[in-house]
Design a protein around this ligand. Structure first.
Ligand SMILES: C[S@@+](CC[C@H](N)C(=O)[O-])C[C@H]1O[C@@H](n2cnc3c(N)ncnc32)[C@H](O)[C@@H]1O
Length: 216
């Protein structure tokens, strides 16, 4: 069992509460919009957790489409499956490693608050881009430190988010948050190399960065 699996196995209920907090749905809507989904599409979420993105995705692909949520942690998937708004005939949850997703030729991939968990984020992004048919979009949503005026105190809050979203990140000579940011940067760089027609936007006062692009 990985560090992340044992952490999320224990904290699935609390995580679900945080992931569904007021205001978070708007971030999830913006992420879903960045995928330019159409009715009938198949969209795959890597590290879907408790399925908090699923309502926004399901709405966009419609009854003829499919939403596939992949996660390593059974307790997170069980939680997702227990929420009526996150289930349905068009929704499928799969327990698997998102670094080696069992998916080919889907229309879009998203990974929210996940890229900082992987030991080799660039390889994970490669696998995600390989899962998408040409012309499909891939989106990464992540926390980041903000350069804004209130940054000093709020960056401590950022450290807390990092610990919740990437519990396995190792402390070395760098801080926990720096190691996390290095991984997110590596994921974004690889997505930049692999895609065209990219969009980058920030929200939540600069504490969230959303990068999306089209696989050519
Ligand atoms: C911070 S949560 C994000 C959940 C969801 N994407 C969201 O936006 O709320 C990270 C999720 O990644 C999952 N995870 C960690 N490593 C994974 C891996 N190698 N493959 C699939 N899922 C993984 C964890 O089980 C957890 O559910």
């Amino acid at each position: 069992m990985t560090d992340a699996q044992s952490f999320y196995g224990r904290w699935a209920r609390v995580y679900d509460w945080v992931a569904s907090a007021p205001g978070v749905a708007a971030w999830r809507d913006r992420t879903a919009d960045s995928l330019a989904l159409a009715p009938g599409d198949t969209v795959v979420e890597m590290g879907c957790g408790t399925g908090a993105n699923v309502p926004a995705l399901r709405e966009r692909v419609g009854p003829a489409g499919r939403v596939v949520g992949i996660d390593l942690t059974r307790a997170m998937l069980d939680r997702a499956s227990s929420r009526p708004a996150r289930t349905g005939e068009s929704v499928h949850y799969v327990q698997a490693d998102a670094a080696r997703p069992p998916v080919r030729q889907c229309d879009a991939v998203l990974a929210t608050f996940v890229a900082g968990i992987f030991e080799d984020p660039a390889a994970a992004v490669d696998a995600w881009c390989d899962s998408v048919a040409p012309g499909g979009r891939v989106a990464l949503l992540n926390f980041q430190r903000s350069p804004g005026a209130l940054a000093a105190p709020l960056n401590l809050v950022f450290e807390g988010f990092v610990r919740l979203s990437a519990p396995g990140t190792r402390l070395s000579t760098q801080s926990h948050a720096s190691a996390f940011e290095r991984r997110v940067r590596a994921a974004r760089e690889r997505l930049t190399e692999r895609t065209v027609d990219r969009r980058y936007e920030t929200f939540a006062g600069g504490y969230l960065g959303l990068l999306s692009g089209t696989v050519s």
